[in-house]
Write a protein that binds this ligand. Structure first.
Ligand code: SAH
Length: 510
């Protein structure tokens, strides 16, 4: 099925549904990271695309893999960039499944040849300027089908639009053939690289000057070419490039199960999200701690939440062990962080004491300053990595503290394909919302790789404790959030980008 052209939101509702209900995903290189990293950890992910300097898995091996996975009873998604039937070999794979008696369905996707120009303000057809559109492949003769474009005939097409896929290496030869066939040399033309993602680039010129313009701008695949008068709309209709973080590649290292909103927010602002979680979380259920909680008799009870996951797993375990949410009424609720606040809000719980900004440790200080906790029993909801300072501060104030561990963080192990992809498109900004995320990154990379990744990028930290940890790996922190929220980090990025572009290399957008 089609994953769409690059922007993860451009997947169809049907494809999204199947992705959310599958056991295995066999995918190519142009699939947006976000679609993959947000899948449950038990989904079997198989990369069959190109590795650096190598070719993709041969087609018959892909075919066999699909049959093998399906024969194991798995619900298999074969995820392809754009649309599976537009230069996507979808039909070859479907025929193979058909021959082997495997049930399948085809889910169309938005093809890049329509979507990339749309994100560039170029309509494929237009009542005034183009009454037809042709999709062509510029790929040279690797096999017969691909070599059969009748360029001299296509060159006669003056009042329509040509969309040429896979032609970066071949464009000089193609243009030569079109001109020889009588296409006007001053016809508007464009190259669009990485269409529909924030780092999309559009280069426009005339047909005869297109090869030189493409070479000068170092256009690289994935890119396609548009030839026709419709290219003239690009300047006026370029809605995408006006977004505040357009062109900025932001790497997000925190766990993907807490990041869906952040990914979206960054994308709404026009940034490209590189979703590379370096840690993952898993539920941890400690029956002894819940026994202790059950025995609490104090009149003055608190539950302290310092993370979104803490809220989520706590409520799940509460229901499993204690049951009805109404019994939680016996507890006052304290919370720190905007993610924590959102998770409580989602569960219709209004905290008695909340700070949306500030460090976790500061929450305990604030509580101690504001309340007499000498008779209190405080349930401190935590993970294996939560700061011990909260417990210490509350105990010093005379409270009895029950640490309740409801989840664990562990380093996410990256595959070779993940690393290859990251180094092919280095981030401009790298965000860390915890020291553990920095540690997780260092675990996945060699010292040399860590330097290559971070040199030239703006490294952003959520607060002093995280900064210290990042710097312990020899990484320079370029920005530290003053109020320690992800929202403030995003605001700081916009402000910084405005005055001092957050790009690794000078770069022309479009
Ligand atoms: N099935 C895909 C096309 C696969 S062929 C689809 O429907 O879009 C691969 C070619 O598609 C690339 O060489 C490039 O020409 C084009 N392409 C894919 N994604 C693109 C993108 N985001 N921007 C520009 N071109 C893209």
């Amino acid at each position: 099925m089609g994953a769409g052209p690059g922007d993860p939101d451009l997947i169809t509702v049907r494809a999204r549904y199947l992705l959310d209900n599958c056991d295995a995903v066999v995918y190519d290189s142009l699939i947006p990271d976000e679609l993959l990293v947000t899948l449950p950890v038990d989904v079997d992910l198989r990369y069959v695309g190109k590795k650096t300097g190598e070719h993709s898995l041969p087609q018959d091996e892909i075919n066999n893999l699909l049959v093998r996975l399906a024969s194991q009873g798995k619900r298999v998604v074969r995820l392809k960039g754009g649309d599976p039937f537009v230069f996507g070999r979808g039909a070859e794979e479907a025929s193979y499944l058909q021959e082997h008696g495997i049930a399948y369905e085809i889910v169309p996707g938005i093809t890049s040849g329509v979507a990339a120009p749309a994100y560039s303000g170029i309509p494929c057809t237009d009542r005034r300027d183009a009454s037809y559109v042709m999709f062509l492949t510029g790929h040279k003769a690797v096999d017969k089908m691909l070599s059969s474009v009748p360029w001299d005939w296509v060159g006669g097409a003056k009042d329509g639009t040509l969309v040429i896929y896979m032609g970066v290496a071949e464009i000089p030869g193609i243009v030569e053939k079109l001109l020889a066939a009588g296409m006007p040399p001053d016809l508007p033309a464009a190259a669009i690289e990485r269409g529909t993602v924030s780092t999309q680039r559009t280069v426009t010129s005339t047909l005869s000057e297109l090869p030189a313009a493409v070479a000068e701008a170092h256009i690289r695949p994935p890119a396609l070419f548009i030839i026709g008068k419709v290219v003239g709309y690009h300047d006026a209709l370029s809605w995408y490039r006006d977004k505040p973080l357009f062109g900025v590649r932001v790497m997000v290292t925190r766990p993907s199960d807490q990041s869906a909103e952040l990914y979206r927010e960054l994308r709404e602002l026009g940034a490209e999200v590189l979703a590379y979680p370096t840690i993952a979380t898993i539920e941890d259920f400690r029956s002894d701690d819940w026994d202790a909680l059950r025995k609490v008799t104090s009149e003055d009870r608190w539950a302290v939440f310092t993370s979104e996951n803490g809220v989520r797993y706590f409520l799940k375990q509460w229901y499993a062990t204690i049951g009805d949410i109404r019994d939680l009424r016996a507890y006052k609720v304290a919370a720190i962080g905007d993610g924590t606040a959102r998770a409580l809000h989602a569960a219709n719980i209004a905290p008695d004491f909340a700070r949306t900004t500030g460090t976790t440790a500061a929450l305990a200080d604030h509580m101690v300053a504001k309340f007499d906790l000498s008779q209190a029993t405080i349930v401190r909801v935590r993970s294996n990595l939560s700061s011990e300072r909260v417990e210490a501060t509350l105990e010093k104030a005379g409270a009895r503290v029950i640490p309740l561990q409801v989840y664990r963080n562990f380093p996410a192990k990256w595959s070779a394909a993940t690393k290859t992809k990251l180094f092919a498109n280095l981030p401009d900004v790298i965000t860390f919302t915890s020291g553990a995320a920095a540690a997780g990154l260092a675990k996945n990379l060699t010292t040399d790789e860590l330097q290559r990744l971070t040199n030239g990028a703006t490294v952003v930290s959520i607060g002093p404790a995280t900064t210290k940890r990042i710097e312990s790996y020899g990484i320079k922190v370029g920005m530290e959030s003053k109020i320690h929220t992800m929202t403030s980090i995003v605001e700081d990025l916009i402000a910084r980008h405005h005055t001092n572009p957050l790009k690794r290399t000078p770069w022309s957008a479009g």
